[in-house]
Ligand binder design. Structure first.
Ligand code: NAD
Length: 359
């Protein structure tokens, strides 16, 4: 089969990790007989320098005419002083997500057996961990009305958390469907004891559960969930939550895994999917072969699975990552005594080789 992928490397370590991710994608294509047509676009600071905007129209057009988008990372000190709407993150990432209407952000947190000691938590707490946080991405507090008012003695700042039934239903449906392909356990997280939007959230999710009798649903308050994630994270399978809570909980779940360099993400709507490592552009290590490309490579696995339905190829990539780690290869961020340290390119090469050659 043939697929068109928009590739947006971005800034800092973005191009370094994306080069390895596309190398692994090409290897998967050769092994399984698929053709991935890669078309590059500009995004972030590099796009601002070239065109005056961090998300040029040409990039948006490229993304909309592709089957999936693979994004590196954006930003860096050079562009921090620009007006907010021209800064790489605010001016490119949020508008791109909105333009593609990717309302469900998937963040798997999987502890590879070889890395069970890399987490700050005890081995027995995280060993074998495999959870998926599904975060609503285009609504809630981040997109509700904001304003500032002058009041006697200072100012008043207002942010608004808004959700409609349909916004909740579509992301919840996605989470139920995903739970069905896993351990069939869904935890919906809210703050229904305090927030009206959370009460609506809980009602809609409860109603929808009738369509998924094979999935076990439970509700949890967000403060309890934060505690349970460090106390006993293996109790969870799929966690579904709104934008702000998901932002915080997915970072917390990520930390269970050990390094930012290991964390992929997928953002899905009803059209083109967006795949990117969770980490940023890491200007402190850019250009030094220190970046771990595994987060970007695992994002390719998610693309194969969720946008292209190529489960076998997705598993081959994930197994190749596990095998290379098992053989003791490590980038600097996950290095442990007695292991073999390799650079960004070499890690990508080792994984691509395994993807292509594995029986
Ligand atoms: P960061 O994720 O870039 O880096 C945080 C720390 O983790 C750094 O010490 C970095 O060296 C390390 N790190 C990150 N990715 C790594 C990898 N693959 N391998 C090894 N180590 C890795 O976050 P930051 O330093 O807060 O932000 C740097 C820039 O990135 C800023 O301009 C920020 O706005 C931007 N940013 C972009 C995104 C995105 O594009 N999605 C996300 C977060 C931050």
């Amino acid at each position: 089969m043939r697929f068109r992928v928009a590739v947006l490397p971005g800034d800092g370590i973005g191009p370094e990790v994306i080069a390895q991710a596309t190398r692994v994608l090409a290897a998967a294509g050769r092994r399984f007989g698929h053709e991935f047509q890669l078309r590059e676009g500009l995004i972030g600071g590099i796009a601002y320098d070239a065109t005056g905007h961090p998300l040029p129209q040409a990039t948006l057009d490229l993304c909309r005419s592709s089957d999936a988008v693979l994004l590196g990372a954006v930003g860096g000190p050079k562009w921090d002083k620009l007006p907010v709407h021209l800064r790489p993150e605010a001016g490119a990432l949020l508008p791109l997500r909105k333009a593609l209407d990717v309302y469900a952000n998937l963040r798997p947190a999987v502890v590879f057996p070889a890395l069970a000691d890399a987490s700050t938590l005890k081995r027995e707490v995280v060993e074998g961990l495999d959870i998926l946080v599904v975060r609503e991405l285009t609504g809630g507090l981040y997109f509700g009305e904001k304003r500032r008012e002058e009041i006697p003695g200072g100012q008043r700042a207002v942010d608004t958390m808004v959700y409609t039934t349909e916004e909740i239903r579509r992301v919840a449906r996605r989470a139920f469907e995903l739970a069905r392909t896993r351990k069939k356990k869904l935890t919906s997280v809210d703050k229904a004891n305090v927030l009206e939007s959370s009460r609506l959230w809980r009602e809609v999710v409860t109603e929808l559960a009738k369509d998924y009798p094979d999935v076990e649903l439970n509700h949890m308050l967000v403060d309890n969930c934060a505690m349970q994630l460090v106390r006993n994270p293996k109790q969870f399978d799929v966690i579904l939550t709104e934008n702000l809570f998901g932002d915080i909980l997915s970072d917390q779940a990520a930390q269970l895994v050990g390094s930012l360099g290991m964390l992929p993400s997928a953002s899905l709507g009803d059209g083109v999917g967006l795949y990117e490592p969770v980490h940023g552009s890491a200007p402190d290590i850019a250009g030094r072969q220190l970046a771990n490309p595994i987060a970007a490579i695992l994002s390719v696995a998610l693309m194969l699975r969720y946008s292209f339905g190529l489960e076998e190829a997705a598993l081959a990539v994930e197994r190749a990552v596990a095998a290379v780690l098992e053989e003791g290869y490590r980038t600097a961020d996950i290095m442990e005594p007695g292991r073999k340290q390799v650079g960004t390119t070499e890690m990508g090469r080792l994984i691509a080789e395994k993807v292509e050659k594995a029986a």
